[in-house]
Design a protein around this ligand. Structure first.
Ligand SMILES: [Cu+2]
Length: 234
């Protein structure tokens, strides 16, 4: 018991150092996704609470005591009303869950989403075990992603070797990089700051090192950074 307590406390301490927060959205994409997580969690908790309340109520109501210890309940052969209730209720709950899930999934599907005209284009290449980001003016940076705030960014994702997964939790969900395929992802960061990103698909021995930092900058600062980087390579 003592060991278990220690384990739980140390886990909590270690996890507070974790900067990969899914429920702290800094873009519309991430906000919609965290809404889905919270919405389905709330729905689950309602079902859980009802089941637990009924459970406690039944075990206290039908508990054996002095008065009922010889009572044998009649053998019921089914109840159409009960069966209809527990068939229809889950159906309604799933329908409620399906509406926002399907609509957000389609809305965020890159196949359907048109590229906004003012989108910044960034090419992302994943390889064992690093990320290369290529910007429109030819600048390349390794494990260092810079984005302008309040402008849509279209990522073109490619892998050089195995399957990787591009993930910046605060900006949006994961997108797998499949060797031989080009994939797209559109995100509009809404707040400046530094966000951690990582590979979210186990891809080999140093997978855990496959991290990158995402710096969302003011638009002017971003342009300045791009120009400074360009000068460096020339
Ligand atoms: Cu990887």
């Amino acid at each position: 018991m003592q060991k278990l307590k220690l384990l739980v406390i140390s886990c909590i301490v270690f996890l507070t150092g974790c900067n990969l927060r899914v429920l702290d959205p800094k873009s519309e994409t991430a906000r919609d996704q965290s809404f889905l997580i919270q919405f389905s969690f709330a729905l689950m908790m309602i079902v859980f609470a009802i089941v637990i309340i009924l459970f406690i109520w039944f075990i206290s109501k039908y508990k054996q005591n002095e008065q009922n210890k010889d009572y044998i309940p009649p053998d019921d052969k089914g109840s159409p009303w009960l069966e209809i209730t527990w068939t229809v209720l889950p159906f309604i709950l799933l329908a409620i869950l399906a509406v926002p899930t399907v609509s957000i999934t389609f809305e965020q599907s890159a196949q359907i989403e048109a590229t906004p005209t003012d989108a910044v284009q960034i090419e992302v290449t994943g390889r064992q075990f690093s990320w290369t980001f290529s910007y429109e003016n030819g600048v390349e940076a390794v494990n260092d992603l810079r984005l302008p705030v309040d402008r849509p960014v279209e990522f073109t994702l490619r892998s050089e070797d195995v399957i990787h997964s591009f993930w910046i939790p605060k900006l949006g969900g994961k997108k797998d990089l499949i060797p031989g395929k080009t994939r797209r992802m559109i995100v509009t960061p809404e707040e400046t700051g530094t966000y951690q990103g990582k590979c979210a698909e186990f891809c080999g021995r140093e997978h855990a090192q496959m991290r990158f930092t995402t710096t969302v900058m003011e638009q002017g600062e971003y342009q300045q950074w791009l120009e400074e980087m360009k000068e460096k390579i020339e």
